[in-house]
Design a protein around this ligand. Structure first.
Ligand code: 3PG
Ligand code: MG
Length: 396
């Protein structure tokens, strides 16, 4: 793997693609800094070598052209504090000012560029735009795992302009190592915990994981598609009716492969999708309209815990319920604690996907699991076995 470890950055300007697509509140405070924090070791290694750093990222999905709410300038104060030095800001990612600011960087200095997606050329992967960006640095470092599944100008196309000077930063390298460790040499028993609202986003992963795992725990909104497929009454719970057949096949496929697929026996149900709704705990297979399941129930928690605590490898993607509302957070919190406990007892655990990462942070357990991925979609696609353009461009 070509990483920054084998490179001396003295006197070099490193152009680093990071994924600073972080959530901001109304006052532009960063509400989850995980993705920024993860890149600090990469930046510091380069600065300590005597190099300078140019950071580039997207933020959100601007519609074409600059929008204040998507400006990366909102990140400057936090980044300056984290790096303990002034971070300069170029209010255009290409053009004369970016060129001259980048050219005049001295060793130890850091420049952040404005949102790459203010140019439609970024997402279209236009060569000439990638080439303009490439002129800002001597070395290209890709440390944007969260965006590695995008074939964009700054994530993949640009690599061709650095045939002998392109490499992975520590975030990228660590993500690849952690996910490979669990997928390729995962110690058994290997348990995958999948949740989140939708089956559609997860079915490919389930099928890809099926021949690797011993246990598959299914929670979150997606459980109701499975439960309905198995003949349960799910009331007003979220269901993807077009995937019932697929869900049924998945359950049968698991049986054939000897994979223990666990569906929740009970659920916390509510009479409205609201934190103020009336709630009760019932069988997940017998929910009357207009009630809906919004979390796994206590029996499920104990059952999942028993499986998790005997696991040697754990992969968790997707919350068990609507944990953002405190009436429905018990299942997610319980699973987070069980994963942390198993990790303490020697299991290797990887958590990925924006919501599960928010959850593990919410419960203060991020440092009690083996690895927290900065990738949502990218991690899922990597687990599915897809070749990610951002990885391929460095390897080629
Ligand atoms: C993400 O948060 O999923 C990544 O930053 C990629 O963003 P995108 O889904 O808008 O391409
Ligand atoms: Mg995304």
């Amino acid at each position: 793997m070509r990483t920054i470890d084998n490179f001396d950055f003295r006197g070099k300007r490193a152009l680093i693609r990071v994924d600073y697509n972080v959530p901001l509140d109304d006052q532009f405070n960063i509400t989850d800094t995980n993705r920024i924090d993860a890149t600090i070791p990469t930046i510091e290694k380069i600065l300590n070598d005597g190099g300078s750093v140019i950071l580039m990222s997207h933020l959100g999905r601007p519609k074409g052209g600059p929008e204040d709410k998507f400006s990366l300038k909102h990140l400057v104060p936090y980044l300056s504090k984290k790096l303990n030095r002034e971070v300069k800001f170029a209010d255009d990612c290409i053009g004369e000012s970016a060129v001259s600011m980048a050219a005049s960087l001295k060793p130890g200095e850091v420049l952040l560029l404005e949102n790459l997606r203010f140019y439609k050329e970024e997402e279209k992967g236009i060569d000439s735009f990638a080439q303009k960006l490439s002129r800002l640095g001597d070395v290209y470092v890709n440390d944007a795992f969260g965006t590695a599944h995008r074939n964009h100008a700054s994530t993949a196309v640009i690599a061709q302009f650095f045939p002998d000077a392109k490499m992975f930063g520590y975030v990228m390298a660590n993500e690849i190592i952690a996910i490979d460790k669990i997928l390729k040499e995962g110690k058994r028993p290997f348990t995958a915990i999948l949740g989140g609202a939708k089956v559609s986003g997860k079915i490919e992963i389930i099928n890809h994981l099926m021949d690797k795992v011993d246990n598959l725990l299914i929670g979150g909104g997606m459980m109701f598609t499975f439960i309905k497929a198995m003949g349960g009454e799910v009331g007003s719970s979220i269901v993807e009716d077009d995937l019932l057949e697929l869900a049924k096949n998945t359950v049968e496929g698991a049986k054939m492969l000897g994979v223990n697929l666990y569906l929740p026996p009970d659920a916390v149900i509510a009479d409205a999708f609201s934190n103020d709704a009336n709630i009760k705990t019932t069988s997940a297979y017998d929910i009357p309209v207009p009630w809906m399941g919004l979390d796994i129930g206590p029996v499920t928690c104990q059952k999942f815990k028993a499986v998790i605590e005997k696991s040697a490898s754990i992969l968790w993607n997707g919350p068990m319920g609507v944990f953002e509302m405190n009436q429905y957070e018990a299942g997610t919190k319980f699973v987070a604690e069980a994963v942390a406990e198993a990790t303490k007892n020697g299991a290797f655990s990887v958590i990925g996907g924006g919501d599960s990462v928010s959850a593990i942070n919410k419960y203060g357990l991020a440092d009690q699991v083996s690895y927290v991925s900065t990738g949502g979609g990218a991690m899922l696609e990597y687990i599915e076995g897809k070749v990610l353009p951002g990885i391929k461009a460095i390897m080629d």
